[in-house]
Design a protein around this ligand. Structure first.
Ligand SMILES: C[S@@+](CC[C@H](N)C(=O)[O-])C[C@H]1O[C@@H](n2cnc3c(N)ncnc32)[C@H](O)[C@@H]1O
Length: 296
């Protein structure tokens, strides 16, 4: 536990879901065939006053999804910052982690020199996270900027005030977030991201459809976790992104799991009654004729 003034010993409500993801990342990090290594996840759990209290059925349902999505999104963000994303793009030297929770990518990935990672989340979540990292003397592998903001409020202003430059391409991450937004809030989020994105920006996204099997696993944890699912975008992910000028590549979770030799749990296996689909996507913001004429 952390005993620093002003450092909360636990997170409640939506912030607690970030610790749930940390449980799953810590479990993956212990596997000999792990897809990533996140030692920071265990630090956050050790510092929490309350155990995350996840039921076995929920862990079984979510562990492979979180393992594979973490690796997929690690690769997508690194590719964007290294200029490896297909298309006529500049390298993205700024990254924004929306609803970052206990995401330790700023510390554990090998970012190119000159990368800034903006971590946006609610103030109590960032305070807890920052206190744990400081207590361990952790050093980020990039320039890390905390943006304490509420995604329901004017977060674009908070982000730009923190130094984000909307005229330069950025790599954005929405992970563990879309499912908790009602469709109109998901649309607003994407409209704002698009409005802040210069051509050549990359958006990496993870999404899960709700389903009877997923609901039942959540019900084994808490009523609150059942109700957290608000559906996210009303349209299929590809259309949702394309409509706003993003060139999207959407993968089914089962395909990505298979590439890593992992098996889809029943909740994400289309062959199982009561399952839903998981998606992983990357999208590149195309250059408009306007932006070309501005010399972007
Ligand atoms: C399920 S966690 C995922 C965290 C992280 N992206 C990951 O995958 O490890 C959802 C995160 O979104 C944050 N969040 C939810 N609603 C938010 C809001 N209105 N404003 C800012 N952050 C929010 C929560 O605090 C939490 O850290």
């Amino acid at each position: 536990m952390i005993h620093r003034p002003g450092a909360p010993g636990h997170l409640s409500g939506i912030g607690a879901t970030a610790l749930g993801v940390a449980v799953l990342r810590a479990l993956e990090s212990r596997r000999p065939d792990r897809l990533f290594d996140d030692p920071y996840a265990q630090w956050f759990l050790d510092a929490s006053a309350r155990p995350a209290g996840l039921a076995e059925s929920f862990l079984r349902t979510m562990s492979e999804q979180v393992a594979v999505r973490t690796r997929f999104l690690d690769d997508a963000l690194l590719a964007a910052t290294r200029g490896e994303h297909a298309g006529p793009v500049a390298t993205c030297d700024q990254v924004v982690l929306l609803g970052c929770g206990m995401d330790a990518r700023a510390y554990r990935l090998s970012w190119p020199a000159g990368t800034t990672v903006h971590e946006l989340d609610l103030p109590d979540v960032l305070a807890f996270k920052g206190a744990v990292l400081a207590a361990h003397g952790a050093t980020p592998a990039c320039r890390r900027v905390e943006v304490a903001a509420d995604l329901r409020e004017d977060w674009p202003r908070a982000l730009t005030q923190a130094g984000f430059d909307p005229h330069r391409p950025a790599a954005w991450l929405a992970e563990g977030l879309l499912y908790a937004l009602p469709p109109e809030a998901a649309d607003l989020l994407l409209d704002r991201v698009t409005g802040l994105s210069a051509p050549g920006s990359v958006l990496a996204v993870e999404h899960m459809e709700d389903s009877p099997l997923l609901r039942s696993a959540r019900a084994d944890v808490s009523r609150e976790l059942v109700d957290l699912w608000q559906g996210g975008p009303a349209e299929p992910l590809g259309e949702w992104l394309t409509k706003r000028g993003w060139i999207a590549t959407v993968r089914d979770l089962t395909e990505v799991l298979a590439e890593h030799g992992r098996t889809a749990p029943p909740a994400f296996d289309p062959a199982q009654p009561g399952s839903g689909r998981g998606r992983l996507a990357t999208a590149l913001l195309r250059a408009t004729s306007q932006s070309f004429s501005r010399g972007a």
